[in-house]
Design a protein around this ligand. Structure first.
Ligand SMILES: C[S@@+](CC[C@H](N)C(=O)[O-])C[C@H]1O[C@@H](n2cnc3c(N)ncnc32)[C@H](O)[C@@H]1O
Length: 266
């Protein structure tokens, strides 16, 4: 009885690989199994083989599975105190006038737009970088479509207002739409964090609530790529529940321990 189930799982993994999302199979076992089981339940299929048959037939189910596994929970200015601290660090005179930032694992874009709103707010007050751009990447193309549209529920406006005060976006309808002026400065693209990152010149990298899902081996690989993409002196902000592994500490100094912000020193 076990053979067909194993075959089904292999076929499911092959579908994910074909979509450039093999990394999702490197999530800690419990996350992968739970999310997959929940998809099986939603679709009313009994076992992985029947579900793999469904994936063979339905491209849309393949995209839904990827999104379900990706765990794209996010919000504007998630963990507000971390953003307040980041704003203070970026407002320091040592921050480069030209800044390239990367939101790695941006989900539906709230993190990338939050950073853009924060940088624009600093700029309007004559602080922080004056020439900046934000690159944002994720595995999940469905999430990236939402991110590019930049249109969110009114709840987003409240989250923004809690950190920045009066909201600069368009809240005239029942949506929060990011300011037009920010759009040319924020770019979204699909990329896998477990694959080497192409550039090494970022001044700031945000990788929050992504590493927690990975096995320790995959975490180490992602951290290596992130540090390779960060220039010496650049800032790395992790999620509230994430600490850089001990063996990385010679390359990183703590800029703020509580808020999980590091500075690359080597
Ligand atoms: C929980 S969300 C975090 C979103 C945001 N960073 C935040 O903290 O609110 C995790 C995101 O990481 C993405 N992700 C997971 N593994 C990835 C990988 N190997 N490469 C790129 N993105 C990945 C998922 O698709 C998901 O959108």
């Amino acid at each position: 009885m076990t053979a067909p189930i194993e075959t089904g799982l292999l076929r499911i993994r092959r579908h994910l690989t074909a979509m450039g999302a093999e990394a999702l199979t490197q999530f800690k076992g419990s996350y992968f199994d739970r999310r997959l089981q929940s998809r099986l339940r939603v679709r009313g299929v009994a076992d992985p083989t029947a579900y793999a048959d469904l994936l063979d037939r339905e491209p849309d189910e393949r995209r839904r599975l990827l999104s379900a596994l990706a765990i794209g929970v996010t919000s504007f200015f998630r963990n507000p105190t971390a953003w307040t601290r980041l704003g203070a660090l970026l407002g320091e005179s040592t921050t480069p006038v030209t800044l390239t930032a990367w939101s790695a694992g941006c989900a539906t874009g709230e993190e990338a737009w939050s950073l853009a709103l924060l940088l624009a707010d600093l700029e309007s007050r004559g602080r922080g970088p004056i020439d900046w751009r934000v690159e944002a990447t994720d595995l999940d193309e469905r999430s990236l479509e939402v991110a590019r549209a930049g249109s969110y529920s009114p709840r987003a406006a409240a989250d923004v207002a809690a950190v920045l005060g009066p909201v600069p976006g368009d809240v005239s309808s029942d949506r929060f739409v990011v300011p037009e002026a920010l759009r040319p400065r924020v770019r979204f693209a699909q990329a896998d964090l477990t694959a080497p990152a192409p550039t090494g010149d970022h001044d700031l990298i945000l990788c929050r609530n992504v590493l927690i899902y990975f096995t320790p081996a995959a975490q180490a690989r992602v951290m290596d790529h992130l540090l390779g993409a960060l220039r010496p002196g650049g800032l790395l902000m992790l999620g509230k529940a994430e600490l850089a592994a001990f063996d990385l500490l010679p390359r990183l100094a703590l800029a703020d321990r509580r808020e999980r912000i590091y500075r690359r020193i080597a």
